[in-house]
Ligand binder design. Structure first.
Ligand SMILES: [Ca+2]
Length: 498
């Protein structure tokens, strides 16, 4: 009898969900790789982003979205679970791929599916289909999910954006903005390549022709991403779904450049976020509320009328209450073991570097061949030709504590941690760090020596076997290193991932 009641209840749930589902909007989550707030609608000069600008003009543009990590996979894990990655043991980059999630944590796509949504990953309209998931727990792209024997996260891959009696949730990756062997090609083929003379560099980058060209090439990729966004919107229109689809556009972490991706500075953590919903939002606005990835997960569940599980650490962006701070973390990334935490409020940023002995310029293989500016600036630094803001990155170790006034110093150049005038602020933000760590167990303090690679042969390989290419890198050129990179990456991760 009990079993029958459970079955009946289950059927009732299914029926009510499918009825309710008809009134629920479709949700299209578009994530661009490795971009900071570098769109025209966020004030970036020299780049043209008409589609993103239109979304912002008609929807809500958020100015204080702060990542819980500045690298892809921990951020995506937090988003997929609605729980900070340092609670769920998903914080180390590309870790735990054979380990099932602990406890009751459930992917939001599973909750959406149970509520009557069709869940889709990727789209044929974008470069390389945008099917990346990249979460640090056992999963497969598609199929059933129960967390013990079945680990599928989505129902389908790259199907067209249209609702067949059921609403859809689609997650599409815009990969073009990720550093890759297509960057030079996209620039070469652009009808309107960004003029390096017109770009405005942040003050911590050396102003040289190589650095300007690299920045312009990055903006070319953003322009391409803007075109891809238009293709997705056109498909929604063609399928009669434009009015009833909420579009959430966001970055997954900051730009891959000095002080960006991998760092807890704003260039690594602060990302664009725009929400567009023709049927639901009548008043476009700019929203400065402080928010993070887990709040986006909560918002997605809110839009789908799904009750937020108690374990979630975010809340819907449409709730009245606003968070006081965002707790961000940087843990293991490839061969570099590091541990930094950042507390961001609307006004200040506090950073605690638990491994201050690891320098900012850690000679990480991925960054050696993906950040032309570092090679140029390393040379200029050795020649004593960088100013203090630029040379800071090459200090032999980090400061143990950093405090920045984001209003008066958005580039985070003046560390106020030792300034007695800011003692009160310092203590307040230290208090938030302590509060978070006493409320949650931060798994980033677990001992995980086994996951750290002992050596990285790739840079050495290039130096020894392809000195001409290495010399080009040192000149600040962005190379097509895809073949070596892929080969290296495959071997490297095979060893590293459990
Ligand atoms: Ca990324």
């Amino acid at each position: 009898m009990k079993k029958l009641i459970v079955q009946l209840l289950g059927m009732c749930c299914l029926i009510s969900n499918s009825i309710l589902a008809q009134d629920r909007p479709n949700i299209l989550l578009v994530m661009a790789e490795d971009i900071s707030n570098d769109l025209a609608c966020y004030g970036m000069p020299a780049v043209k982003t008409p589609t993103f600008d239109q979304l912002a003009k008609e929807g809500i543009r958020y100015t204080n979205c702060i990542g819980s990590n500045s690298i892809c996979s921990p951020s995506r894990s937090a988003l997929m679970l609605g729980v900070h990655q340092n609670i769920t043991n998903t914080h180390n980059h590309r870790s735990n791929r054979k380990v099932a999630l602990e406890g009751e944590y459930t992917p939001i796509t599973k909750l959406l599916s149970e509520a009557g949504y069709t869940t889709i990953v990727g789209s044929r309209l974008v470069m390389k289909k945008g099917e990346k998931i990249d979460c640090n727990f056992k999963h497969q792209s598609t199929g059933n999910y129960n967390g013990t024997t079945d680990f599928g996260l989505f129902d389908a891959k790259s199907t067209a954006l249209k609702s067949d009696g059921k609403p859809f949730f689609a997650q599409v990756q815009l990969k073009v903005t990720h550093r890759g062997n297509w960057w030079n090609d996209i620039r070469a083929k652009s009808a309107h390549p960004v003029d390096p003379e017109k770009v405005v560099l942040p003050p911590f980058l050396a102003d040289t022709p190589e650095v300007r060209l690299d920045w312009a090439t990055y903006l070319d990729q953003i322009e391409y991403a803007d075109m891809e966004m238009k293709l997705l919107m056109d498909q929604l229109k063609e399928n009669g779904a434009a009015e009833n689809t909420v579009i959430i556009f966001m970055g997954d972490n900051g730009r891959a450049n000095i002080r960006g991706k991998g760092y807890v500075y704003d260039s690594g953590l602060r990302i664009p976020l725009i929400i567009h919903y023709p049927k639901g939002f009548k008043k476009p606005k700019v929203d400065d509320q402080l928010c993070t990835f887990t709040d986006i997960s909560a918002t997605i569940l809110d839009l789908a009328h799904i009750t937020l599980p108690d374990y979630c650490t975010g809340s819907s962006l449409f709730d009245k209450e606003e968070r006081a701070y965002v707790y961000s973390a940087r843990d293991i990334w490839d061969e570099v073991k590091d541990r930094s935490r950042a507390i961001t409020t609307k006004r200040f940023k506090y950073i605690k570097n638990y491994m201050a002995e690891v320098p900012y310029d850690a000679h990480q293989a991925y960054l050696e061949y993906n950040r032309p500016a570092v090679h140029v600036m390393r040379r200029l630094n050795a020649e004593g030709r960088l100013n203090d803001a630029q040379a800071y990155f090459f200090n032999t170790q980090k400061e143990e504590e950093e405090l920045y006034d984001l209003k008066n110093d958005p580039d985070e150049l003046v560390n106020l941690a030792q300034n007695p005038k800011y003692k009160k602020e310092l203590e307040k933000l230290r208090g938030y760090l302590k509060e978070w760590q006493s409320t949650h167990k931060d798994r980033g303090f677990d001992e995980v020596e086994a996951e750290v690679a002992k050596s990285v042969p790739f840079v050495k390989y290039l130096q020894e076997h392809q000195p001409a290419r290495w010399a080009q890198l040192e000149e600040g050129k962005l190379l097509d290193l895809s073949a070596e990179q892929d080969d290296f990456t495959k071997k490297y991760y095979k060893k590293k991932v459990k």
